[in-house]
Design a protein around this ligand. Structure first.
Ligand code: M6R
Length: 623
């Protein structure tokens, strides 16, 4: 989704902004733009629809020295929400007087009212359909109302900066919704302003004294060693140094040490990040298991001294599937009431929350707007919260009471793979910890045993990665018009849902994931020779029922693919994908891998880019 990047230093800002936007690309976008500010206070803007390369080509065709001398600027990758994909709608947006250029992430809920007011009362003409352009106009308007003398007088840079900061706070009070904003002002050369409300924004500094701004901390890791994450309501003035303010009062902020993530390059033998990330699943699981030692759990959850009576698991998309697994697994292990809730639904429901409730939020990015809204709601009820996330220092880390990190490493493919397997692994260890948290002596717990089962699963996934020719064959037979139902029971239901999501998001095939037992309550009406059914069967208790379900859909002409450790299922399958029998309660960590491979190989056989599926973003930062 939208990304903000800013630069001030000794290098040409254009180069740095284009580099920054390139790193932000993984989040998904449809247009991009930059605005640079030169020493004389002139703002130049360049925006293009489509990929960063279009912006780069546009820049190359410009008279270079016009904007190349600037060492200060802001850039943006846009993911359309309000107004279609066009260069007019791309950011940065410039104010009617030409003094302010802004980039914005988030959604302004009251943009229509503001737009009407600016059009009807101030006769300002808008050039875009966005909910962002009015921010630039409001800044110009407030500045001209309050500080016209400053524009005319011989005021100092510091006085002008203070005036701009004041206007940003005034405008922020007018805006409703979520917004992270980067601003440059023609009246204050070599200076960027930042404001944050409910949408992430951070400032970074490197050892050469260059200053950066980004909505994405992992992106800053590529440029800086130190960062400062803004909290809601805070502003920053970024020049050679950075100063932070809360409602106009200067404040001190704690620096965050950044470590450049290793291993973010595609290896030469992997064509896509998704392929690389599937191969990294065993490492992701093992690193997570090693990190989440008993001592680590005790340190990160010091307040958890007795087993909660109710545990809710909340997340979206793939992370929600990890929540369903978490609710099944934790209920089995801890014998307490557990429920998985879609984060976006939680805010519409009156879920019973009390002192003995714990809410666990699962999110790869730690920035998903629906999940962040849900955790804010839970906190209003005084409930204890735990975040399971793959991105240290992401927004959810500063909101939750405790963080249980997954150690999957940077995940760049939009379709989540290794992070999901790592989430399941974290969920297993957290469930065991919930069960034993009131023990005085942990020596007799089965924590170490569970950890060694996880190691065993990781080793078996390595074997799966080297034998996928059968899956490649299936992928090649699928046609773009095919409809595919994934079925499973119990723990396999989780895998069926995730397998369906994975395939649909990157191949654009119609897919659905169902409980095996639900077919006969409706979906059977859709079963015919035109559909595929992928059945996942790893549970001894439900093996016979799955056998019958597959036989039933096959009798109606559907083509059946079975992913199972039970050879018996071969009798009713068109294609049988044998997998090993692993600890049944943890099998989703393992059995999802052939379905992740199927999704990847199908997208490739359709000549689609699995890393950047249409209309999807890696980090969904709007509700
Ligand atoms: O970063 P999060 O885990 O909070 O993201 C949640 C979903 O947006 C995400 O899992 C999405 O469903 C993926 N594209 C699935 O592959």
């Amino acid at each position: 989704m939208c990304g903000i990047f800013g630069y001030i230093g000794q290098k040409p800002a254009v180069d740095q902004l284009l580099l920054g936007l390139k790193v932000l690309e993984y989040r998904g976008y449809d247009s991009a733009g930059i605005a640079v500010l030169n020493d004389k206070g002139s703002i130049n803007i360049l925006k293009r629809e489509g990929k960063i390369i279009n912006l780069l080509n546009a820049f190359k065709s410009l008279e270079k020295n016009k904007i190349y001398a600037s060492q200060c600027g802001i850039g943006h990758t846009r993911w359309a929400t309000h107004g279609g994909v066009s260069s007019n709608n791309a950011h940065p947006h410039i104010s009617y007087g030409g003094n302010f250029a802004i980039v914005h992430n988030g959604i302004i809920d009251n943009y229509r009212e503001i737009r009407n007011m600016l059009t009807n009362e101030q006769h300002i003409e808008f050039v875009s359909q966005t909910d962002s352009e009015e921010i630039a106009h409001l800044l110009e308007l407030e500045f001209s109302k309050r500080y016209s003398d400053i524009i005319r007088s011989e005021s100092t840079q510091r006085e002008r900066q203070k005036a701009v900061l004041d206007c940003i706070n005034v405008v922020a009070d007018i805006l409703k919704g979520s917004f992270a904003i980067g601003v440059i002002c023609a009246l204050t050369p070599n200076c960027i302003y930042a404001y944050k409300n409910l949408s992430p924004l951070a400032v970074g500094r490197n050892s050469s004294g260059e200053m950066y701004m980004s909505s994405d901390l992992p992106t800053l890791c590529n440029f800086c060693e130190t960062a400062y994450a803004l909290s809601d309501g805070e502003t920053a003035i970024i020049c050679k140094r950075v100063a932070f303010f809360d409602k106009g009062i200067e404040i001190q902020k704690k620096p965050i040490r950044l470590n450049k993530e290793k291993n973010t390059e595609r290896t030469s033998d992997c064509k896509h990040y998704m392929e690389k990330e599937i191969l990294e699943i065993p490492d992701a699981i093992l690193r997570t298991k090693d990190k989440l030692s008993l001592n680590y759990m005790r340190d990160t959850l010091p307040w958890l001294t007795k087993k909660p009576e109710t545990i809710y698991f909340l997340g979206c998309g793939t992370a929600f599937h990890a929540c369903i697994f978490a609710s099944y697994y934790t209920e089995k292990i801890c014998k307490v009431y557990c429920k998985a809730i879609l984060a976006s639904e939680f805010i519409c429901q009156d879920v019973k929350l009390n002192d003995s409730t714990v809410c666990v939020f699962i999110t790869q990015s730690g920035e998903t707007a629906d999940t962040l809204q849900a955790i804010r709601k839970a906190k209003q009820f005084g409930v204890r919260t735990i975040a399971i996330t793959n991105v240290a220092l992401s927004s959810i880390c500063s909101i939750s009471d405790s963080v249980v990190p997954t150690m999957a490493g940077v995940e760049l493919g939009v379709a989540s793979t290794k992070a999901y397997n790592a989430q399941l692994c974290a969920v297993v260890l957290l469930a065991v910890y919930f069960d034993i948290c009131d023990c005085i002596d942990f020596r007799h717990s089965n924590y170490a045993e569970i950890q060694s089962t996880i190691t065993d699963i990781a080793n078996r996934i390595n074997a799966l990665n080297s034998g996928k020719s059968k899956i490649e064959e299936i992928a090649k037979t699928l046609r773009r018009s095919d409809r595919i139902f994934f079925i499973g029971r119990g723990f396999d239901y989780v895998t069926a849902r995730e397998g369906a999501l994975k395939l649909k998001e990157i191949s654009y095939l119609y897919c659905d994931g169902l409980c095996g037992g639900e077919l006969k309550h409706g979906t059977l009406a859709l079963i015919s020779k035109d559909v595929y059914v992928v059945a996942v069967a790893t549970q001894t208790d439900s093996m016979k029922k799955m056998y019958n379900a597959v036989a039933e859909v096959r009798a109606r002409g559907a083509k059946c693919i079975c992913v199972s450790c039970f050879e018996k299922l071969n009798e009713v399958s068109d294609v049988f994908i044998p997998i090993e029998h692993v600890e049944e309660t943890m099998s989703p960590i393992y059995s999802i891998v052939p379905l992740q491979q199927l999704a990847y190989l199908t997208a490739v056989s359709f000549s689609l880019d699995p890393d950047k599926p249409r209309n999807l973003a890696k980090s969904v930062t709007v509700e």
